[in-house]
Ligand binder design. Structure first.
Ligand code: DGJ
Length: 695
């Protein structure tokens, strides 16, 4: 049992392996947060819901710690819910009604408004093994008139009182996504969000809180994430009384949802986790939770892919692609992917998007001959699409100019020469589904790279009833999820990649349907170390697509080692590689296949951050602890300093491990306590060290 209910105190305790999360009903009938932290012994250890702290010049109801903080009364912190009822009342007064335990891991606590026929159902799911609790909020209009929802969060978290709170989050921009940022919080609000329509490059919907002393191995880390691929918002609010509240969910910016009678609305799922062993454990728990519960793997490793985009850009044709495929197969590539340019009048990015039929000038007999060739070469075939977008210069747009978001009296802002299709519309959704279905059933496709290369603008839908106009932000994401869900169900063996001009759509929402993320268009391996590091704070390595590309940046080896830290892809122009380089590529691919199970599905340890001045070291250990893989990178060699000795993690202390590279056999205890010397003294040099348990 993971959920305990104590009737006399009207208190619930949700228990994971190491953590308790408690909530209870106070004397006003409000659902209060009581505790989140290391497991306690018994009910007497938890605070009572009525032990409310009283703050000067504040009502006890004001700075309370309600589980969802409805806006109303004397409450002024960021609301979890804000509504306007049909009678114009804009105050939500929620009191406890009943609860239900579903199975042994899900709790639903239901609240209702004191006077309106309006109920809220807080869902909690306990992920016992990973110290994670999923939450979301379901809102039901049980009255006879519509209710306007103005703000809907999936979770409000209240934190223990620390003397300092440090926030860790992921920020950046195109080609520099997911940079780790840390700051000590002062009173006031820090907001990370997207107002762009999609998850966005600027912030990722993940955060962590600690006292400022936590590191990879030590310290209590609380963290959370929003599983949503549209306008999301996380508000981190330190009050004047040194308490901390975090609200996470839908962005209230330009948001309005009219909830019809008898209808319900569901917030995105938010996940809250706790680690008592630093950021490293927090990440590993997230990684395994994702692989096992959000998107259970297809039971296969993500294959080594070749993508021809960097080699050919839009200049794709049957002959050249076949020739690249032959070269890729000879290197040991397992999946050949044709990127942008195979359809419509797509000779550059100015035209053709929306015309999803094969360009017969480039592929006179359709895609079948290329796919057949790829399959005969022993590889799978993958394809690029960008279905949410349209070039104004396309048959689709000429036929359906009303299918894009627009306001009738405004210019339609183009970006990358494209406009965004309105996926809230049934006809648009059906068009995309039919197009994808035809493409995937007519062709032997094993991999879909779904791209999305611009943010929203003029988010209007003039044909919809005026009261629904601001729903487009949500309806787009719902439409997108529905399409992906149907395609997932119909094509369960196909691997889906979420790409958005690099890492603009990486989140736990799309992860329910996507096996892989294109993390960044920046494939400079040195830069990528830092982007990948941020990515691994929140997401697992199996889904981290990494390419080796042409370019003057760093040695061949360095570029391979960097890309081998996730799902390896090759995107060099194989026509231009020397025999020696082709040979090296073949060997790296072979070496990757020997370690890919450990990299993709093992435990990941960040041993030296690329943000350090010296270099970066990342280690992976397989589940049975028989193989450990260490990637080490040197930044600039300066001041005659070697990399610090590296102490490995997660090994069997009794086991004996052999490394051919270092020519040593040492016990796990020695590797973890004495550590190893990594002698990398050349600027931008790298080393891959594999340890294999000998007995
Ligand atoms: C942006 C992606 O990030 C690239 O990998 C490539 O697929 C281009 N789009 C194609 O237009």
């Amino acid at each position: 049992m993971k959920i305990y209910y104590y009737e006399d105190q009207k208190t619930w305790v949700l228990s994971t392996q190491n953590v308790d999360y408690a909530l209870g009903v106070d004397r006003f009938g409000r659902l209060q947060h009581l505790y989140w932290g290391k497991s306690l012994k018994g009910i007497h250890d938890f605070p009572k819901a009525d032990d409310l702290r009283v703050y000067c010049f504040e009502s006890p109801k004001g700075y309370s710690r309600e589980e969802i903080m409805p806006w109303g009364g004397l409450k002024y912190t960021e609301p979890g819910l804000k509504v306007t009822f049909a009678n114009h009342t804009r105050d939500l007064d929620l009191v406890y009604d009943h609860f239900q335990i579903i199975g042994d891991a899900e709790l639903v606590v239901s609240l209702k408004d004191k006077s309106q026929l309006f109920s809220i159902h807080l869902h909690y799911r306990v992920i016992e093994n990973y110290d994670i609790i999923e939450r979301y909020v379901e809102i039901r209009n049980e009255g006879t008139m519509p209710v306007k929802l103005e703000q809907v969060m999936g979770a409000i978290w209240h934190f223990p009182v620390f003397s300092d709170y440090r926030l860790t989050y992921l920020a950046g921009h195109w080609a520099a996504e997911l940079q780790v940022r840390q700051e000590l919080l002062q009173e006031g609000k820090k907001v990370i969000e997207s107002r762009h329509g999609s998850t966005g490059h600027y912030f990722n919907p993940w955060f962590a809180i600690d006292t400022g002393t936590g590191n990879e191995e030590y310290g209590e880390i609380y963290y959370g994430a929003v599983a949503f691929s549209g306008n999301w918002k996380i508000v981190i609010e330190k009050t004047p009384f040194q308490t901390l509240q975090v609200a996470a969910g839908l962005n209230d910016f330009d948001f309005l949802w009219e909830l019809e009678p008898s209808q319900s609305f569901t917030s995105p799922v938010c996940i809250g986790g706790y680690s008592d062993c630093g950021f490293g454990k927090a990440s590993r728990n997230m990684h395994h939770y994702q692989q096992e519960l959000i998107r259970p793997s297809l039971n296969e490793l993500n294959p080594v892919l070749y993508n021809s985009w960097n080699a050919t850009i839009f200049d794709v044709n049957e002959k050249d692609q076949k020739s690249l495929a032959e070269k890729a197969a000879a290197l040991g590539v397992e999946l050949f992917v044709i990127d942008d340019g195979w359809f419509g009048q797509r000779y550059d990015d100015k035209a053709g998007l929306g015309n999803w039929y094969v360009n017969r000038e480039k592929f006179p007999d359709g895609l079948a001959p290329l796919i057949k060739h790829v399959r005969e070469l022993g590889m799978k075939f993958g394809i690029w699409v960008e279905p949410e977008m349209v070039n104004p210069d396309s048959d689709l747009y000429r036929k359906h100019p009303d299918w894009v978001y627009h306001f009738p009296d405004r210019e339609r802002s183009e970006f990358r020469n494209q406009l965004v299709l309105n996926l809230g519309r049934e006809d648009v959704k059906q068009f995309i589904l039919d197009m994808m279905d035809e493409l995937m059933s007519d062709n032997d496709i094993s991999f879909v790279k779904w791209d999305m290369n611009r943010y929203f603008s003029e988010p209007g839908w003039p044909e919809a009833p005026a009261s629904k106009h601001k729903e487009v932000w949500i309806r787009h994401v719902e439409g997108l999820y529905e399409i992906w869900r149907i395609l997932n169900e119909k094509y369960p063996k196909v691997t889906f990649e979420s790409c958005s001009g690099g890492g603009g759509r990486i989140d736990l929402g799309i992860m329910r349907y996507a096996d892989q993320f294109w993390v960044s268009d920046n494939c400079n391996a040195f830069d990528r170390l830092q982007i990948n590091e941020g990515y691994t704070y929140a997401y697992h390595a199996k889904a981290m697509a990494s390419w080796v590309v042409d370019g003057p940046w760093k040695s061949f080896k360095y570029r391979f080692h960097c890309a081998m830290m996730g799902a390896l892809g090759i995107a060099m122009n194989l026509n231009k590689l020397t025999e020696e380089e082709l040979d090296a590529t073949r060997q790296f691919i072979q070496q990757y296949k020997e370690i890919s199970a450990t990299v993709q599905e093992g435990d990941l340890y960040r041993l030296l951050s690329p943000r350090s001045s010296m270099g970066a070291v990342v280690q992976y250990v397989n589940k049975v602890k028989t193989q450990a893989v260490v990637f080490a990178f040197r930044h600039i060699y300066q001041l005659s300093l070697y990399l610090p000795p590296i102490r490995l993690k997660g090994l069997d202390p009794e086991g004996e491990y052999f490394s051919e590279t270092l020519n040593i056999t040492r016990s796990g205890a020695s590797l973890m306590n004495r550590g190893i010397e990594i002698k990398l003294n050349e600027n931008f040099s790298s080393q891959l060290i594999v340890f294999q348990m000998s007995h």
